[in-house]
Design a protein around this ligand. Structure first.
Ligand SMILES: *Cc1c(COP(=O)(O)O)cnc(C)c1O
Length: 228
């Protein structure tokens, strides 16, 4: 939310504040706070900014670029063996091998070609990161994600045909829209497909997302401060 700061002490303070707000939002709607996972989005931030957040006990992180993550995270993962790294940005088919190697969760499965590439590489390597399917709830042309009306078929392709380890759905609501409409739609698609995980909510709206059932919120700015 607002008031985030950039230096190290403040970043740890930001983290504590986000955690407290997540707990409060969960309790307000009678959810177990432990059912909400905070994904700290560290894109564009150097390892020196990430280390204090790791020291404060945070272990789940999100990056939106495979290349950037490949430069920062192998060393951090050696130092902290229980890190869970989420890919939250678009994945090109030619980067699938690298992504499967590096990420523990791929949140942005959004088209058949990518799903098939993931299935092939998982088969070859035996490495099977959890997958989420990105839904373009606002049906925006410039945004990735499967359209809401095509979601059921795409989930079936990924899960039943290609046997991907699909755990849930992810969305990025259109800027300026009321996010709760998109959160409710995502929750509805997940429920009718028997999927348990919902990745939704960012710095501006994560408490709302928790009220609508988010199991993963992706929070960058509110923890790390503004990006360049
Ligand atoms: C950058 C990013 C976030 C975090 O956004 P903030 O507003 O900084 O919290 C969340 N999800 C995705 C997909 C992103 O690319």
């Amino acid at each position: 939310m607002t008031g985030e700061n950039n230096n190290e002490t403040d970043r740890t303070g930001n983290l504590q504040r986000v955690r407290a707000e997540l707990t409060a939002a969960a309790q307000e709607v009678g959810r177990d706070p432990a059912s909400v996972n905070l994904v700290a989005v560290s894109k564009t931030k150097p390892a020196s900014a990430i280390l204090p957040i790791l020291a404060a006990g945070q272990r789940v992180f999100g990056e939106n670029r495979v290349q950037e993550a490949a430069e920062k995270w192998p060393q951090l993962k050696r130092d902290y063996s229980d890190i869970r790294l989420h890919l939250i940005g678009p994945l090109q088919s030619n980067k699938v091998r690298q992504a499967v190697d590096l990420f523990d969760v791929i949140e942005t499965v959004d088209r058949p070609k990518l799903a098939r590439a993931l299935a092939r590489i998982m088969e070859e390597t035996g490495i099977r990161p959890d997958c989420m399917i990105q839904v373009n709830t606002g049906e925006e042309d410039q945004k990735a994600g499967v359209k809401p009306l095509e979601a059921d078929d795409f989930i079936a392709l990924c899960r039943d045909q290609l046997k991907l380890p699909v755990r849930g759905l992810m969305c990025i609501p259109p800027v300026g829209d009321e996010p709760s409409l998109h959160f409710a739609l995502l929750a509805q698609i997940a429920a009718r497909n028997g999927l348990e995980q919902l990745s939704m909510g960012m710095s501006a709206d994560y408490p709302v997302a928790v009220r609508f059932g988010a199991t993963h919120v992706r929070v960058g700015t509110a923890i790390f401060g503004a990006r360049e």
